[in-house]
Design a protein around this ligand. Structure first.
Ligand code: FES
Length: 177
């Protein structure tokens, strides 16, 4: 009788151990799933944060790499646009789909003078590069020429030109025609 009781107790203990082992196993697997999920979430979150961070840190960088330019039409309308450093003013107009009729007809090959722009004296003086002889020759053919005229296809954006404002002459002359 005693033996039977002991055997039954041992069996019970084995059963409990098995149940415990099985419970532990399923607990571990669910933990690992949740850990995986959590890692994924963390990774995702990390990416999110990293993206957000890179966006938030790169946003000012992007902004600092973008240069805002205002084009003022002859009728006084102000057209604001952004360009990247290294873009020409012609690029800014083309990339922003600004419709200045006939502007940039030769696509920057310095043969038309239709990209004639007029700068304020201060802005003209801070332009990084002086006009080449070819640009000056082409400018001579532009209408409404001023002492602060330049060809937009020859002006490259730099950080220093942030906030640049230029006038677009009312009339253009395509030197090729
Ligand atoms: S686009 Fe023709 S000279 Fe500038």
């Amino acid at each position: 009788m005693l033996r039977l009781a002991v055997t039954s107790r041992l069996l019970c203990q084995q059963l409990v151990r098995r149940e415990l082992a099985s419970a532990m196993q399923s607990l571990q697997s669910s933990t690992s799933i949740s850990a995986f999920t959590s890692t994924r979430r963390t990774t995702h979150t990390t990416h999110g944060i990293s993206n957000a961070r890179s966006l938030s840190t790169s946003q000012p960088k992007l902004q600092s790499e973008e240069v805002e330019v205002t084009f003022v039409r002859a009728n006084g309308e102000r057209v604001k646009a952004k360009g990247k450093i290294g873009d020409s003013l012609l690029d800014v107009i083309v990339n922003n789909n600004i419709d200045f009729e006939g502007f940039g007809a030769c696509e920057g090959t310095l043969t038309c003078s239709t990209c004639h722009l007029i700068f304020s004296k201060a802005d003209y003086d801070r332009l990084p590069e002086k006009p080449s002889d070819e640009e000056l020759d082409m400018l001579d053919l532009a209408y409404e020429l001023t002492d602060t005229s330049r060809l937009g296809c020859q002006i490259t954006l730099s950080k220093d030109l942030q906030g640049l404002e230029v006038r677009v002459p009312a009339t253009i002359n395509d030197a090729r025609s």
